[in-house]
Design a protein around this ligand. Structure first.
Ligand SMILES: NC(=O)c1ccc[n+]([C@@H]2O[C@H](COP(=O)([O-])OP(=O)(O)OC[C@H]3O[C@@H](n4cnc5c(N)ncnc54)[C@H](O)[C@@H]3O)[C@@H](O)[C@H]2O)c1
Ligand SMILES: O[C@H]1[C@H](O)[C@@H](O)[C@H](O)[C@@H](O)[C@H]1O
Length: 328
């Protein structure tokens, strides 16, 4: 049976997800697209035969011709859409962050628990990235001993148009908050956010330097640089007792020309994580109707946003802030 997916938001990521489903995902089709910007939705619809157009996300979610939903609208719209999916009993793959704040994430966690089954997956696609998976497998092999420290850098060529200053923590670094927990199989317990001299190419506080401690006493640092200029670059180095694991940038064609050797960088995240987006979408589709959920769930979405909120406090107040999580 073909899963009929409705995609909410047809901007950069919604369009990318719709194209990924159409080109690369088996047993699924894009049955509907929704965006208040009819021109944007129309461009994507032009590439996908038979996709119906909606302007109201709640109408798309309620439509009997839709089996499952991808939410790729702005962060502050996620919670309402995901809660409506849970109420309609429809599986939803929601882009990160699960919601703009931890209180809304908690509403989602509670609604899913009340529904009694897993319906929510959060689009922390790095969990499906081949490079991160290899690092995790090698760590699990035991050959490297225990992980002690993790160095991360998250650099964008330029800041996305919709960004406000601390979205570098709530929208960008939230990827590291999730992948660090997944990679180290540990919880982040405290966070500090330092501000070096800011770049002159941005009005916002950029870059930021984040230091976290896990419940296994490991230290993690994350450089977040939203206006790095040269390209999209995600770096990770895991320091263990017996060796290190460094994520190599996926280069498709290393260049040697004019007496130089070049490693080209993509302008944004789509080429870097294309395989992760594809694997994430196929795994989500395949998991629907089974009792084997994949990827990050609503609780993971809540934890990542709770760490982000502690990070925002650390930025504003200075010093080390403990991460507070609700208990059930
Ligand atoms: N996983 C990733 O790597 C990744 C990358 C980029 C963005 N994102 C996330 O994806 C989401 C979308 O980001 P983007 O870069 O595509 O933004 P975008 O601004 O390019 O697109 C957002 C689209 O949503 C539409 N929209 C606004 N309100 C809406 C509503 N209520 N219902 C339906 N559509 C609505 C807008 O008109 C726009 O077309 C964000 O939550 C962002 O954090 C994730
Ligand atoms: O919203 C985007 C997206 O989540 C990317 O994956 C991330 O690397 C960017 O920093 C962020 O701006």
């Amino acid at each position: 049976m073909t899963l009929r997916i409705g995609v909410i938001g047809t901007g950069v990521m919604g369009a990318d997800h719709a194209r990924t489903i159409r080109r690369h995902v088996a047993r699924a089709e894009v049955a509907a697209l929704c965006d208040p910007d009819a021109d944007r939705a129309g461009v994507v619809a032009g590439e996908i035969a038979g996709a119906r157009l909606f302007s109201d996300p709640l109408a798309l979610i309620a439509d009997p011709g839709i089996d499952a939903v991808v939410v790729a609208s702005p962060d502050e719209t996620h919670a309402e859409c995901v809660l409506a999916c849970i109420a309609a009993g429809k599986p939803v793959l929601c882009e990160k962050p699960l919601a703009a704040g931890a209180a809304d994430c908690l509403r989602v966690v509670e609604a899913e628990r009340a529904a009694g089954r897993r319906l929510v997956q959060v689009g922390f696609m790095r969990r499906f990235d081949p490079a991160y998976n290899e690092m995790r497998q090698r760590l699990a092999s035991g050959d490297f001993g225990e992980a002690l420290m993790l160095h991360c850098a998250h650099r964008n060529a330029s800041v996305p148009a919709f960004f406000r200053s601390l979205m570098s923590i709530t929208n960008a670094a939230v990827h590291e908050f999730d992948i660090v927990r997944w990679l180290l199989d540990a919880e982040i317990v405290e966070i500090e956010v330092m501000k070096p001299r800011p770049t002159r190419s941005s009005a916002a506080a950029d870059p930021l330097f984040i230091v976290m401690r896990t419940d296994k006493d490991q230290l993690v640092d994350v450089e977040i640089f939203m206006n790095a200029g040269y390209g999209y670059d995600i770096r990770t180095e895991l320091v263990c007792e017996k060796g290190t694991l460094t994520m190599a940038p996926p280069v498709h064609a290393e260049q040697r020309i004019g007496g130089t050797q070049r490693f080209p960088f993509a302008p944004d995240w789509r080429p870097r994580f294309a395989e992760a987006y594809r694997r994430q979408m196929q795994a989500w589709v395949d998991s629907i109707g089974t009792d084997r959920p994949v990827g990050a769930g609503a609780w993971d979405g809540l934890v990542a946003t709770a760490i982000a909120e502690a990070g925002v406090r650390a930025f504003e107040e200075g010093g080390v802030i403990k991460v507070a999580l609700p208990r059930f």
